[in-house]
Design a protein around this ligand. Structure first.
Ligand code: PLP
Length: 399
């Protein structure tokens, strides 16, 4: 038995996506820059995909730049704005709970003389709007706040942050930009760049049933940014390198599938997630849900099995063919405690006992039942192995 409940890490490639991609490995393998028919077919496919991505987020096709994934999109947005606008100011604002693709880029910029403010979050994982307001100075050129967090699924108040940015712009602060990493929100909640009021937005294919190694950055018309790489004039001179035609076609198709099946898919995922949480909280007393339970994407459940060790739960589940993840071993594969849960003020015990279960429309109720039964049994066994003074603090079963 194999049950995959780690869809925030990556997703299976949809069959429709595979079918759409395959011709671009064989008959239509041309270089999208070539003038002959092979090239023109590849170019037409890339432009179709650009329209499909743009349609999903209410952007113009010309505002979409294809890149190698979420990491590159984040790097291009942040470094691109920093380098293009440094004459106006060298201050950036982000949050303590961003993905390493944002945090490490910001740290690298600090090494180059930029100043970065890392906003804290409350216990529910959400930034305070007054903190955003207070952090802005005339020197600020970029605010980068993720849409949904990859560990908890918690949503940030992006529209309100955009209002703050617009107020500042109305006062003449024209070099202030707003970027959002929407890698975990695309396909889970509606993402409309106009409603959100962002200048830049990152997305990644492999979180929405497209292949790994492809993503896109939305760059609002008129936004000036420096490119990361130097080479040819691909992607309107913002991202050189021969286009990854199969990957781009796959991303386009995945975006179209999201758009056409949005309500059906997301309500199904939400139902499954709620069922999972109901069953787990009914079975195990001391489990807690981390992050805001209302303001979050429908597919992520971040749970703390207080008193137990998330890594041990993960490994025991894996031995039974059930894949989940912990915050602690997240993107970096390190054993550092989750910087997200730590920033939310969770205790060491709560962080240590955390587990992320993330769903997709491909999961079933039976899989959830299996996973909960396994968790209940494993949690019980691990609890029996605890020293007696720790048992009090750990899971107590309700039935
Ligand atoms: C919020 C967030 N941003 C960025 C990334 C990086 O995306 P990619 O794996 O496509 O580089 C991830 C992937 O885990 C993510 O969850």
């Amino acid at each position: 038995m194999q049950i995959y409940l780690d869809n925030s890490a990556t997703t299976v490639v949809a069959k429709e996506v595979i079918d759409a991609i395959l011709p671009y490995f064989s008959g239509d393998f041309g270089n999208a820059q070539s003038v002959h028919a092979f090239g023109q077919r590849a170019k037409a496919a890339v432009e179709d995909a650009r329209r499909q991505v743009a349609a999903l987020i209410n952007a113009a096709p010309a505002e979409i730049v294809f890149v190698s994934g979420g990491t590159e999109a984040d790097n291009l947005a942040i470094r691109g704005i920093a380098e293009a606008h440094q004459a106006k100011g060298r201050h950036l604002i982000t949050t303590k709970i961003e993905h390493p693709a944002v945090l490490a880029m910001c740290e690298a910029l600090e090494q180059r003389g930029f100043r970065v403010t890392y906003l804290p979050v409350a216990r529910n994982g959400i930034v305070n709007l007054q903190d955003v307001r207070d952090a802005i100075s005339d020197e600020t050129i970029l605010i980068s706040v993720m849409h949904a967090n990859n560990e908890t699924g918690t949503l940030q108040p992006l529209e309100e942050i955009a209002e703050i940015v617009n107020e500042r712009r109305a006062q003449g602060h024209l070099h202030l930009h707003l970027h959002s990493d929407a890698v975990q929100s695309i396909g889970k909640i509606p993402v409309d760049v106009k409603k959100l009021g962002v200048d830049l937005l990152s997305l990644s294919g492999h979180k929405i049933h497209a292949p790994k190694g492809v993503g896109a950055l939305f760059i609002k018309k008129g936004t000036r940014l420096e490119k990361l790489f130097y080479g040819g004039h691909h992607e309107r001179d913002k991202r050189p390198g021969t286009e990854n035609v199969p990957g781009i076609v796959g991303l386009g198709k995945a975006c179209e599938l999201v758009r056409l099946n949005f309500t059906k898919r997301t309500s199904r995922i939400r139902e499954l997630r709620d069922y999972l949480e109901q069953r787990i909280t009914a079975a195990i007393f001391t489990v807690q849900i981390n992050g805001d339970v209302e303001r979050r994407v429908p597919n992520i459940s971040n749970l703390s099995f207080v008193g137990l060790d998330g890594e041990s739960l993960l490994i025991a589940l894996d031995l039974r063919g059930i894949a989940v993840s912990t915050g602690s071993a997240c993107a970096s594969g390190s054993l550092e405690p989750s910087h997200v849960l730590t920033a939310m003020g969770l205790s060491r015990q709560e962080v240590r006992g955390s587990l992320r279960i993330s769903l997709s429309a491909y999961n079933t109720r039976q899989e959830i039942d299996c996973a909960v039964d396994a968790l209940r049994e494993i949690a019980g066994r691990l609890r029996e192995m605890l020293p007696t003074d720790e048992v009090e603090a750990s899971s107590v079963f309700s039935s």
